[in-house]
Design a protein around this ligand. Structure first.
Ligand code: S3P
Length: 168
């Protein structure tokens, strides 16, 4: 099983699961947010402040395009499904795994995450965050080849389920 893309909302565990999955499959792991930070030379928050969300989305498209041919586990940013162009690019990957998580758990994880500063949620109320999540849900669903419900599951359980459901 090669070339796997993980998609899902902020707080879904894309980075943690991606790292573990790559280890289990002995593949390289890349995290889009890390690649973008490397490429822009500043934090995502600073980039949003200076150049806006649209410029950030362009960077995501660039990186997605470059990732197409590589056999690796890719943890995307939560907004990768927003652009039609990106959704079309995602269709070219053999395995796109949607880590689906109940909104309450997402909110809880986002609240507890003091390491990642996410410009879209940083000063938002839970209701406002849900308002961002809701219209994205069908886009994650339509972009995925496999949907994994991660609610109340451990990272190891989730990785095993991905391998079972997406394995050849
Ligand atoms: C975003 C998600 C973030 C990051 C940026 C925008 C989004 O990545 O790309 O803050 O629009 O959902 P994570 O999903 O890894 O937090």
């Amino acid at each position: 099983m090669k070339g796997i893309v993980l998609i899902g909302f902020m707080g879904a565990g894309k980075t943690t699961i991606g790292r573990l999955l790559a280890e289990r499959l002995e593949l390289a792991h890349v995290d889009f947010d890390d690649l973008i930070v490397e490429s822009i030379g500043m934090t995502i928050q600073d980039y949003f402040d200076r150049y806006g969300e649209a410029a950030f989305r362009e960077k995501e498209t660039e990186i997605l395009t470059h990732s197409l041919t590589l056999d690796q586990v890719i943890s995307t940013g939560g907004g990768i499904i927003l652009k039609e162009e990106n959704r079309q690019l995602l269709q070219q990957f053999p395995k796109v795994i949607y880590l689906k998580t109940e909104p309450e758990e997402l909110l809880d994880r986002l609240k507890k995450d003091t390491v990642n500063i996410r410009p879209l949620v940083v000063s938002k109320s839970p209701a406002e965050i849900i308002d961002i999540y809701r219209p994205r849900m069908p886009l994650y669903e339509e972009s995925a080849t496999v949907v994994i419900d991660t609610t109340r599951k451990s990272p190891a359980e989730i990785v095993t389920e991905i391998i079972q459901k997406a394995g050849e």
